[in-house]
Design a protein around this ligand. Structure first.
Ligand code: ATP
Length: 504
């Protein structure tokens, strides 16, 4: 089946009210997108799922919500002022700016992640690469810092420079001691945060894939430095879980990715630490549970030259987008890099006191970092299904913007009054959409297209026996249910505890 292209999904999102180009009436703003009514609901549902699963349901993870503008000292210590850069080349003729590694990848169809500035210059010269916009000659490479700078207070000078955060992680590290002291949580534990981040991407592209303002959901998971291989949560079920694995070695030897049990990846030393393996498996499984096709997911290890300045080892969870395999989730082993840097620059003690050993240690960190918008995009692409003349958005019911559509078969003979009553009741628990316009087939199609998993219809039989029909978006099957049982049945259907078929 032909997959939807990124341009088609962007058009669909705009047409149905999921996502709009930001300030569209002024021509849009590259790299910025606004979520419309349906998109806002879907995005909130994704974030809620993440927060419920990884913060509320766990005893070992605490959530915070920190500022998005942060002082210079934090980013100096973290290394971002120095190293959070991308390679940039400019056109000598039209002055267009290009991200050098992307320009090479597009021109030659190869991946050059982690390429050095010297290598960029060599490749541009060797392949005589020109400006993709006008064919002009390209400058030599420079580096461009992706952080958005601002000034705090009424004076605009170097002493008042601050940054819009490019990741949520750093405020977790700067608050580490306060969280430790106020919660008295013990290792191993995680601190989670979701929120907006900002990156002045040189060339934003591919719709929600590369934006300049987006959201992240991150956990910094702290582990005793000597216990990075002691993960009590690596149950048999997780060890048996199969992942598509694409290690640095496989990439170097031009091998294919391999489907592998988590335990085998650990035993073969492909994934080197137990905690890293645990979090990779947990997130992979979570993504599959949300609705991503497992065949379009893989974990890919960064090549050594590709790793960020803070990372000891990094794996990305990648999704097969219509434009190729790309990261939707990054997972680094940040070791004790960040806590040590902040200790050095702030002069404060950010160690953890180990009661058993009666000594201070600096915990090591595994960081599951999930972009909300890239996940939103992947979920929409996977859910988008063309069925003959109509589109069905097969979203997981728990993520769908509207859970239930409510219709009277016809808007007369009192059916509309009953339907409005049903709608009023269901609205207390579910996001619902009431519709009495057009044929019933047309109304079903409208809900199918925006992913509403169930539609409830009031018809003439309702007047006789107080039953309504529930229709399933994916199978089109319908069953009759007593109005008083609607909430209970819909609750189970949405959680996928039962199917309509089983009820029928
Ligand atoms: P890339 O290599 O694609 O630029 P990255 O390695 O810089 O990504 P991370 O710093 O690991 O990304 O960020 C964690 C997550 O944040 C990513 O997995 C992705 O989901 C999301 N993310 C990063 N950059 C962007 C962006 N410009 N637009 C949308 N989401 C992003």
């Amino acid at each position: 089946m032909k997959r939807i292209t990124i341009q088609e999904i962007a058009t669909f999102c705009k047409r149905k009210g999921f996502v709009f180009p930001s300030s569209e009436i002024y021509g849009g703003f590259a790299g910025f997108y606004d979520y419309g009514p349906l998109g806002a609901e879907l995005k909130m549902n994704i974030k809620e799922e993440w927060w419920n699963t990884f913060v509320r349901a766990r005893d070992d993870v605490l959530g915070i919500d920190a500022c998005t503008i942060t002082q210079h000292a934090v980013w100096k210590a973290s290394g971002h002022v120095e190293s959070f850069t991308d390679p940039l080349v400019a056109c000598r003729r039209c002055n267009a700016k290009h991200r050098a590694d992307h320009l090479i990848e597009d021109a030659l169809g190869i991946s050059v992640d982690g390429i050095t500035p010297e290598q960029v210059n060599e490749m541009i010269a060797k392949h005589n690469l020109r400006c993709p916009r006008c064919g002009g000659e390209l400058s030599s490479v420079t580096t461009f810092n992706l952080m958005f700078k601002t000034f705090v207070g009424a004076v605009e000078d170097e002493a008042h420079v601050a940054y819009l955060r490019p990741e949520t992680a750093q405020s977790i590290f700067t608050n580490f001691k306060l969280i430790l002291d106020t919660s008295r949580i013990k290792l191993p534990f995680g601190i989670a945060q979701m929120g907006r981040v900002y990156r002045n991407e040189i060339s934003p592209r591919d719709f929600l894939f590369r934006m300049r303002e987006f959201e992240q959901m991150e956990i910094e998971y702290f582990v005793h430095p000597d216990k990075i291989n002691e993960c009590p949560y690596l149950t048999k079920e997780i060890l048996d879980y199969k992942l598509n694995v694409y290690s640095a070695e496989m990439q170097k030897c031009n091998k294919e990715m391999e489907k592998m049990r988590v335990e085998d990846a650990l035993k073969k030393g492909i994934i080197t630490t137990a905690w890293h393996a645990y979090w990779l498996a947990v997130f992979y499984r979570w993504l599959v549970d949300l609705g991503l096709n497992p065949e379009r997911l893989r974990i890919r290890q960064h090549l050594p030259e590709e790793r960020s300045h803070y990372a000891r080892d990094t794996w990305d969870i990648e999704y097969l987008f219509p434009f190729g395999w790309k990261e939707i989730h990054g997972m680094s082993n940040r070791s004790d890099y960040d806590l040590k840097q902040h200790m050095k620059f702030s002069g404060k003690d950010l160690s953890y006191f180990d009661d058993e050993e009666r000594k201070k240690v600096i915990p090591h960190v595994i960081e599951p970092s999930q972009g909300v918008d890239r996940l939103f995009l992947a979920l929409l692409i996977d859910a988008y299904t063309q069925e003959e003349d109509r589109v069905v958005l097969k979203l997981n019911p728990k993520l769908a913007p509207y859970k239930v559509g409510v219709f009277p078969l016809v808007s007369r003979d009192g059916l509309d009054e009953i339907a409005k009553g049903v709608y009023g009741r269901l609205k207390n628990e579910f996001t619902c959409f009431y519709d009495e316009k057009g044929s019933i087939g047309r109304r079903y199609a409208r809900q199918d297209e925006i992913g509403t998993p169930f539609c409830v219809t009031v018809d003439y039989q309702t007047k006789e026996d107080n039953t309504v029909t529930i229709r399933d978006r994916d199978t089109k099957q319908q069953i009759r249910v007593k109005i008083e049982r609607l909430e209970e049945v819909l609750r189970k259907l949405i959680r996928r505890e039962i199917t309509l078929k089983e009820l029928g």
